[in-house]
Ligand binder design. Structure first.
Ligand code: GDP
Length: 424
């Protein structure tokens, strides 16, 4: 298999981590290219169950090199805590199998503080941030007001740079939010603790990737969050603060010259959404509670109950288009087995008219779902491994989704474990 990106088609939590874990075997390098510790990829394998936030999901595979690319928000503290947790379950993490781009910017302690302060100020108009500091981090990065990981390797330069940033940032912390300012001692203690631990992992990952390509190595790009949370193409402003779409993968990875041959879009057999923003197909009450329970839809990072609803074909088709997906992995089909009839948000109604076009963000909250139903299969499908062994009603559902979204469904996931998969 040539270079591949695995991306989310919807709001995130589609099961990307599980798909990356499954197919890393075919790749030499797994690269995270955007986002930070604000979302979680759940992986279940021979080492146990993990909610990965920053580590690429290839970390469990021997011989695979994992990279945090320049587009990632490197939160030294969260990353180190996660590395220690994964190591404690017997997984080896060394500078040989984990590399941090020297050009990745560092998420500093004040980013998390400011994220919380701003959500507090917004009160009932809040964006639903996970308060991991991601939005303040990316705005500082684009203002050129943070430090790059590689600067940790040049201590006197790093300290002088940080001193300048501290003076500037304290203006906002004190004057805008009335909070306690940071001191250089606070920051240097943080650097001495977490920065020092990560130094051995920081290198010129761009040079590494160029050499790897010359040697014929294959890359797997791993996205965080889905199309609808992409900063430019998502449901702005209820998006994340970076580009989650596949087109950004080479840029955020340190391989801007790389060609992506296959884009696997991950779609869940129903919808879920963490946080705020319009969610057209949303269910409420008992119906929602049953689906949430069946799918265990609670945030990997926050434990928050996720908003849920039936599969949304309008949003999914749009998500497939913006990703340029070439193949789809449909996950959690097994979760729908309890339903007599399988609900599908087939169209939207906007301004009294039925539409299949995904609306502009400003009017999205005015759209209403048009729900249709398909026959349920009402039996346990979690042990099925072959397409022809799926009940006819389940096959019909998959074929209907495939037709509606205009992309081949090549993988059907029927359980969280690595081998609970049907390859079609
Ligand atoms: P990600 O951020 O896209 O990786 O998504 P999450 O980490 O939220 O993963 C989705 C959740 O569903 C995790 O708890 C997975 O273990 C689980 N999961 C993934 N695929 C399947 C599946 O096909 N069936 C079931 N029952 N669970 C799944």
């Amino acid at each position: 298999m040539a270079n591949c990106a695995i991306v989310g088609i919807n709001w995130g939590d589609e099961g990307k981590g599980r798909m990356v874990d499954l197919i890393t075997d075919h790749y030499d390098v797994v690269i995270r290219y955007q986002g930070g510790g604000n979302a979680g990829h759940t992986v279940v394998n021979e080492y146990g169950k993990f909610a990965l936030h920053l580590l690429p999901s290839g970390i469990f595979r021997k011989g695979v090199v994992n990279i945090l690319g320049n587009g990632v928000a490197v939160d030294c503290e969260s990353l180190w805590t996660e590395m220690e947790d994964v190591r404690s379950k017997g997984v080896s993490i060394t500078p040989e199998n984990l590399k941090i781009s020297d050009r990745a910017s560092l998420l500093l302690p004040w980013h998390r503080l400011l994220d919380g302060l701003e959500e507090q100020r917004l009160a009932d108009k809040k964006y639903g941030s996970t308060k991991q500091g991601i939005a303040p981090f990316y705005s500082d990065k684009f203002q050129k007001k943070t430090v790059q990981a590689g600067e940790l390797l040049y201590p006197s330069h790093f300290q002088a740079h940080l001193e300048g940033l501290l003076e500037w940032k304290n203006l906002t912390i004190e004057k805008v939010y009335g909070a306690k300012p940071y001191t250089m001692d606070d920051l240097m203690a943080w650097v001495a603790d977490y920065g020092e631990k990560l130094k051995p992992f920081i290198c010129d990952t761009g040079a590494f990737l160029r050499k790897a390509q010359e040697e014929g190595k294959k890359f797997l790009f791993e996205a965080q969050l889905g199309s609808l949370r992409d900063l430019d193409y998502g449901i702005y402003p209820y998006t994340t603060s970076s580009n989650a779409i596949a087109a950004y993968a080479p840029v955020g990875s340190g391989a801007p010259w790389a060609k992506i041959d296959e884009i696997v879009g991950v779609v869940k057999a129903y919808s879920s959404c963490v946080g705020e923003g319009p969610f057209t197909c949303e269910w409420f009450g008992e119906e929602a509670e049953k689906l949430r329970e069946a799918g265990n839809e609670y945030g990997a990072k926050t434990g928050r109950p996720r908003r849920v609803g039936p599969i949304d074909l309008v949003a999914t088709r749009y998500g497939v288009e913006v990703q340029g997906a070439t193949n789809i992995a449909l996950t959690k089909l097994d979760v729908l087995s309890y339903l007599d009839k399988i609900p599908v948000c087939a169209h939207y109604e906007l301004d009294g008219k039925k539409t299949d076009a995904f609306p502009f963000p400003a009017v999205l909250s005015e759209a209403k779902p048009v729900t249709e139903y398909m026959d349920g299969w009402k039996c346990d499908i979690s042990g099925v491994r072959k397409w022809e062994d799926l009940p006819q009603a389940a096959q019909d559902f998959v074929l209907m989704v495939e037709k509606a979204i205009g992309c081949h469904i090549g993988y059907i996931s029927v359980g969280p474990e690595r081998d609970s998969i049907i390859i079609r």
